[in-house]
Ligand binder design. Structure first.
Ligand SMILES: *Cc1c(COP(=O)(O)O)cnc(C)c1O
Length: 431
């Protein structure tokens, strides 16, 4: 089979995500035949470094031997059983371990099967927890420039116009408070003042505040200081509003610590996890919350306070086995510690971008790095130019408008990282 054959069959039937399909009249799809480590290989034998971990999900490389083994053993033992009235060992073990690794006293796990669903779960749980105490709070609070997924509830609390604008008339109610405009503590403190102004007036209508801790990934990799999280969590506590940490993108070591919340030393009321949770193997998500929230739903059946949210594949054993394998690797290979060196390589490799005239800012938070360009109007589609330049040279990156970024799997070697960043540098220089 050839790339071209599969592409033609694909375009006859598949409607791709996040895509204007007409672009593919000129822009070739990349049919991937196989993948190993950081490398994707197509049907014509070309190889590409997966510089964005296949939309931020992959942690320990494609076809990771250990995760693959655990997954296949699980598939041969128990592929799936419903999680209502039944349970299984992979889910139990994963729940124990998630409670253990997440910050503070988070002690209750609710499973879902993708990031957006995890956000829906957290929003509904927060609203319902207040309601079970006799308070109706129909509003949610989030940051400007935020992204929390694209199902209706998750989209409603997001603030990326490109995804949201069209659906405004059918969204649930949310308000936005300004995200700190840069990484300084001053910006963090100013944003916290703005937050308090909102809470002072509206806190009794607000169920929860939801944030992407430290990095707004889909919001062009905007980064802010941990001080904001500390202040915002404290304010939410004071005003009786739940705090939801959406660590779907930043969890599992991306920001340099296992969870981004650790850097602000906060314990949220809910933490949403997905993406890296299974190392990029299976769709799975989890919302981890406190005993206190859990207890608000715990009563006799006929009081009708139970949380009746369900997905067919809730707690799927294959997904749970991959997540357990991922946590095994974190434990046995000291990943967070070892990534420190890779974070330093990345920092050094990024330095040359600083002197290019079309570069506005270079920023990095742990294993996430971004280069923001300046002087390109949206019509120039500079992101596509960079994408195509790099792809031809064996590197896959997918800039967000004028912001190109790197979020590679942690198994990337120094040579591979060098090739990835230097190729992108050449692309920016050639513009
Ligand atoms: C990707 C993402 C989501 C949505 O997850 P999906 O699995 O794509 O539905 C939610 N929040 C954040 C911060 C994300 O990056």
């Amino acid at each position: 089979m050839k790339n071209a054959d599969l592409m033609a069959r694909d375009l006859a039937h598949i409607w791709h995500p996040c895509t204007q399909m007409k672009d593919h009249e000129n822009l070739p799809l990349v049919p991937v035949r196989s993948a190993r480590g950081v490398w994707l290989e197509d049907f014509d034998g070309n190889r590409y470094i997966d510089g964005i971990s296949s939309w931020w999900v992959n942690l320990f490389g494609h076809a990771n031997p250990y995760i693959t083994k655990q997954l296949s053993e699980q598939a041969a033992t128990l592929e799936h059983v419903l999680l209502a009235g039944f349970t299984h060992e992979p889910a139990v073990r994963l729940a124990e371990r998630l409670c253990d690794v997440t910050p503070g006293s988070l002690n209750r796990v609710f499973f879902a099967d993708n990031g957006s669903s995890a956000v829906e779960v957290a929003l509904k749980m927060s609203y319902h927890a207040h309601l079970n105490q006799g308070e109706n709070r129909p509003l949610f609070l989030s940051l400007t420039n935020s992204y929390h997924g694209e199902t209706i509830g998750a989209l409603s609390v997001g603030d990326v116009g490109l995804y949201k604008e069209t659906y405004k008339p059918i969204l649930i109610r949310s308000i936005q408070t300004p995200v700190p405009e840069d990484r300084s503590t001053e910006a963090a403190e100013r944003a916290a003042v703005a937050l308090e102004t909102i809470l002072k007036v509206q806190s009794r209508e607000i169920s929860a505040m939801i944030v992407e801790p430290l990095v707004q990934c889909a919001g062009s990799m905007h980064m802010y200081h941990p001080r904001y999280l500390t202040l915002a969590k404290r304010l939410c506590e004071t005003y009786g509003v739940h705090f939801i940490a959406d660590e779907i993108a930043v969890g599992f070591g991306r920001t340099g610590t296992m969870f981004a919340c650790e850097q602000a030393d906060i314990v949220p009321d809910f933490i949403c996890l997905s993406k890296g949770l299974t190392g990029g193997y299976m769709p799975l998500a989890a919302v981890v919350t406190t005993d206190e929230i859990y207890s608000r739903f715990y009563c006799d059946y006929l009081e009708y306070k139970a949380f009746l949210h369900s997905h067919s594949y809730t707690g799927n054993p294959l997904g749970c086995s991959c997540a357990n394998a991922v946590l095994d690797i974190f434990e046995s290979e000291n990943v967070i510690e070892k990534n420190r060196e890779k974070i330093e390589w990345m920092k050094a490799l990024l330095a040359p971008f600083e002197s290019l005239p079309n570069v506005k800012e270079v920023r990095q938070q742990g294993m996430i790095a971004a280069v923001e360009l300046q002087g390109y109007a949206p019509e120039t589609r500079v992101n596509l130019k960079i994408f195509e330049y790099c792809l031809k040279r064996g590197v896959f990156i997918r800039p967000l408008g004028p912001v190109l970024y790197f979020m590679p799997p942690y198994v990337i070697t120094k040579d591979e990282m060098t090739k990835m960043v230097e190729t992108a540098y050449d692309a920016v220089k050639s513009l």
